[in-house]
Design a protein around this ligand. Sequence first.
Ligand code: PLP
Length: 394
Amino acid sequence: MRYDQNDLSKDFISHAPGYWAADPPEDWDHHIWQLKNRVNSLSQIEEHLTLCEEERSGILLSGTKLALSVTPHFFNLIDEADPEDPIRRQVIPRIEETLYEETDMADPCGEDSHMPVPGLVHRYPDRVLFLVTDRCAAYCRYCTRSRVVSGAGEQELETDFEAAFRYLEEHTEIRDVLLSGGDPLLFSDQKLEKILSRLRSIPHIEFLRIGSRVPVFLPQRITPEFCQMLQKYHPLFLSIHVNHPRELTIEVKEGLERLANHGVPMGNQSVLLRGVNDDVETMRVLVHKLLMCRVRPYYLYQCDLIQGSSHLRAPASKGIEIIEGLRGHTSGYAIPQFVIDAPGGGGKVPVNPDYVIHRDEERILMRNYKGKTFEYPEPQTPASTALEPAALVQ
Ligand SMILES: *Cc1c(COP(=O)(O)O)cnc(C)c1O
């Protein structure tokens, strides 16, 4: 059994101080301390974990493509006794990252070709993705934007803020702006507020959202002051990124509750990852814990074809199986939409289990979550019997 069942506890547990304590202890709760004390070298990791050869070489090579960096908070979630630990797989580089499959891509979602101005991706008619920074609190080894994120690779994110704001002002069809990167929550409150207030000064922008893994990597950042600042820019949604139930600790739950209490609706985006969350039971515990944190599971992503991520990819059929194992069996609010971001720039495509067995003009034949079949007759309005509008008036 690859998964330790104790790992799938529904309990919210604090892992601090874990591998090391802050000195003085209250420093632990400060996000600046967490950022300054990030683990980013082989020697630091080896103080705490016994590495295998694949990891050791992966760490030595990580500086050339996607930097290695893990906050002490997140590092503490790693179970030293388990070489296959699902937290470890997400953040500790392996030599497999240097293996590029033929179908791998540097920009799997075709973002660079959809940027009308540097840093702004305009793919869908009414909304844009605004990449405001290339830095994160920690780096996910399967990052879809590793070509520009962390500062280690050859390509750089060169967001032109003034040009982006001008584009948004001129394009009145844009009603939804998604701030991402990198992680926008690495900005100071003041810097993020400048961006939010500028966006709010554009009348046709109705809806703001931020994509961030900071509530999970660095829950200490979710201060009351930060939440009060966000509250001024509603409607503002937050998309977080949790892949495994153990990531939802007491500290993370408290941060998420604080955000919810300040009126920030939250969704979660998980990436389907081999050996991390590619089974129904893990995902069931995860989505239930998310609801307990007042976060609605939003998307489950098929892992993008990012270069050097093939060892972390699970087949799409596994994603369908997971959705099938949830739908009907548990709360509808707990079920994310499984999507594949179409390689080359097609955007997100929903992929669902087949519940429709047959469909024609007269009926839909379908099956329910237990496999039982049912028929729904389509409305039939033959020309001879249809009511004329005039007949209704009389
Ligand atoms: C994911 C994404 C969005 C937002 O998509 P939703 O389905 O509305 O959440 C917008 N723009 C780009 C380029 C994206 O990749």
